[in-house]
Design a protein around this ligand. Sequence first.
Ligand code: GUN
Length: 294
Amino acid sequence: MTAQLIDGTAIANQVKEEIKEAVARMQAEHNYTPGLATVLVGEDPASATYVRMKHRNCEKLGIRSISHVLPADTSQEEVIKLVASLNADPEVNGILVQLPLPKHIDEEAVLNTIDLEKDVDGFHPVNIGRLAMKGRDPLFIPCTPYGCMVLLERSGIQTNGADAVIVGRSNIVGLPMAMLLQKANATVTICHSRTKDLADHIRQADIVVAAIGWANMITGDMIKPGAAIIDVGINRVDDPTDKRGYKLVGDVDFDSAKEVAGAITPVPGGVGPMTIAMLMKNTLHAAEIALAKK
Ligand code: GUN
């Protein structure tokens, strides 16, 4: 292995330790405790696991958390009514509606309802708009791309003037990641499933962010020697040797990529732990905003 391993678990633990200290300080100095409300509609097992992990992390850091689980057939009006009640609740600083929502619910209508100052996912169009614009800053940065930026910073990877290629154009990762890297003075190319000559684009990049949801798609031969590789993918592939019958792999073929890259995140243990750490950071920030208004 030639690449530096970017240890997302260790960096996330550092970030969470800093948050835990800041929460304790807020309680001691202002008698105020940050609060996060989650909304889960339906029983998708992966979503339920993610939400459970979010609550467990809140508990560890001293953040109050309130869970709302609604049946899969809940109407859009009822979800919006719940979000409106959370907007009005002074005990709630952050609101997280777990995505994806069931098909009969208009995601945009629900996300637009979240109070801008409680939008800890950073998915409100005003927050995304500010992220896109020069000289403007969003109140909250979407958690996964925010985590990727912290991984780069804390691993000493320069973004200034770097050529960055993002593979994937989702609202949750690809798009905000591109805007963040651009704000950090990288020259950004967004590639996706229809990109011609994808490998040629990737081969030019000093920084590659893979977020396309395609197991082991980026291989070592597509990578510029010394490049930093941030793998957002979490894909299940059959593995009869594992007792679950599957293993988790990224969008990057780790074994071949690590021989060429300068730095690389593993899957699991790379970007995944950072997403939750940044949600905790955004929740703390939401509490700071609320406290400043008191
Ligand atoms: N589903 C997958 N990733 C996310 C995320 O970062 N936030 C929410 N709310 N839902 C998700």
